[in-house]
Design a protein around this ligand. Structure first.
Ligand SMILES: Cc1ncc(COP(=O)(O)O)c(C=O)c1O
Length: 420
């Protein structure tokens, strides 16, 4: 019903996983116009970390909307904005950081790139093949997860080079034949890809759009070390992996590294559009007043949503690893399925890679499309990702119960076993 009206008024440029007629959302469920409940393992693309309309987030937003919506940070400070920045910074156990608020992941990445260039007075950036950092021109220039994003909109930003993302399941670059962690590290060291002419290296600690692939901890440590050696700023893009999704506040914390800049969005606001570029204070202080900014940054309504989100996730954080271990156990038998090439569980960021042949690893995107459809028929929302669109992507709300998780996984597993 809504699909037809949408076609008449909305740009068709947006790609869709599904086209439900959505009425409302509560907890782990979305409800359609016929009030049918769908268990949501997509969370609005890893956004509604506290579930749909969490009562604490709703209450905070409702109260703030009735008090003050937008004074503009250029006019004055509000307690709720400062409180939100303080809360975000309290999640960083090491280092002295400051926050620049934005509305989208791409906005946070733009800010990070601009800051790195501004303070280093250099303009070269190293990014990773298969990475996704957003669709604005700067963020897009460091994004290669899908060709379609970059078609017909060049030229891209000058001075961007790429290094293969350390995918230990499949090579994403025909020149890379050894996909061991040691080989990726060795090549990185010998390639001199990280050199003192760079302003920054930007990396997702887990490829999001690119297929839910974790960078090995030793690789992240090597990148951090080389950045330090060459005085290059390290930007860790935690837009998808941050704010508890992987069982720690940030994925980089598992590697014990101290990034210069961290970008956040998605799960930060439970669906309210808030993002942050968090950078070491020594660099933020070199960013001269007025050289960057924006109308909507540091909005009180989105900030209270983020503060409430952090409070809710703080209570949940310790159980995320248990939920992940449970998911891994339940999914384990799928490893022997003829079309399942790899299963990657990093907290509640779960990727199941489908291949036509386990030996050749030929991607099987049609299967993934069919599984998404089949799950939806059984009232489970799952998404896809991967540079070949052949990865089933699960990003359930972090407040999910084990019972709900089991229910969804069973629907998915049945759909996969039914697939011929
Ligand atoms: C790692 C990462 N960075 C940046 C972005 C861009 O965020 P947004 O779509 O909010 O601009 C995304 C979005 O998927 C992402 O996953």
């Amino acid at each position: 019903m809504l699909k037809k009206r949408a076609q008449q008024v909305l740009s068709p440029v947006l790609s869709r996983f599904h086209e439900l007629d959505i009425q409302s959302g509560k907890g782990c469920y979305l409800y359609d116009q016929a009030n049918i409940a769908y268990l949501d393992f997509g969370s609005g693309i890893a956004v509604t970390s506290t579930g749909h309309c969490h009562p604490k987030v709703v209450a905070a937003v409702q109260q703030q909307v009735a008090t003050l919506i937008h004074p503009s940070i250029a006019v004055g400070n509000t307690d709720v904005v400062i409180n939100c920045a303080e809360k975000i910074l309290s999640l960083f156990s090491v280092g002295d950081y400051s926050v620049f608020f934005e509305q989208s992941g791409a906005g946070a990445v733009e800010a990070a790139l601009k800051l790195a260039k501004y303070v280093t007075k250099r303009h070269h950036v190293l990014a990773f093949e298969g990475g996704f950092h957003g669709r604005s021109m700067g963020a897009l220039s460091v994004t290669t997860s899908k060709k379609a994003y970059r078609d017909h909109v060049g030229p891209m930003l000058e001075g961007v080079s790429f290094f293969p993302f350390p995918n230990t399941y499949r090579s994403l670059n025909e020149d890379v034949t050894d996909i061991s962690v040691a080989a990726y590290i060795d090549t990185l060291k010998h390639s001199k890809a990280i050199h003192s002419g760079l302003a920054a290296v930007i990396i997702e600690p887990i490829l999001g759009e690119g297929g839910y692939v974790s960078a090995p901890i030793e690789f992240l440590q090597c990148v951090a070390e080389l950045c330090k050696q060459h005085n290059v700023l390290l930007i860790v893009d935690e837009v998808q992996s941050g704010i508890g999704r992987t069982g720690t506040w940030f994925q980089f914390q598992k590697a014990n590294i101290v990034p210069d800049i961290v970008t956040l969005a998605k799960g930060l606001g439970s669906g309210m559009p808030i993002a942050a570029c968090v950078a070491k204070t020594e660099f933020m202080n070199l960013w001269d007043k007025g050289s960057h900014g924006g109308t909507y940054g540091a909005n009180p309504v989105t900030c209270v949503a983020a503060s409430a989100t952090i409070d809710v996730i703080a209570k949940q954080l310790s159980s995320i690893s248990d939920l992940a271990a449970y998911a891994e156990l339940v999914l384990e038998p799928l490893r022997s399925h003829i079309y399942i090439g790899d299963i990657r569980v990093e907290g509640l960021m779960i990727g199941i890679e489908c291949v036509k042949d386990k030996q050749t690893k030929e991607p099987y995107p049609d299967m993934v499309a069919d599984i998404l459809k089949k799950c939806l028929e059984n009232h489970l929302i799952v998404l896809s990702c991967g540079i070949h669109s052949n990865v089933i992507r699960l990003a359930p709300p972090l407040i999910i119960s084990q019972k709900e998780l089991k229910h969804g996984l069973m629907i998915l597993i049945e759909a996969i076993y039914d697939y011929h």
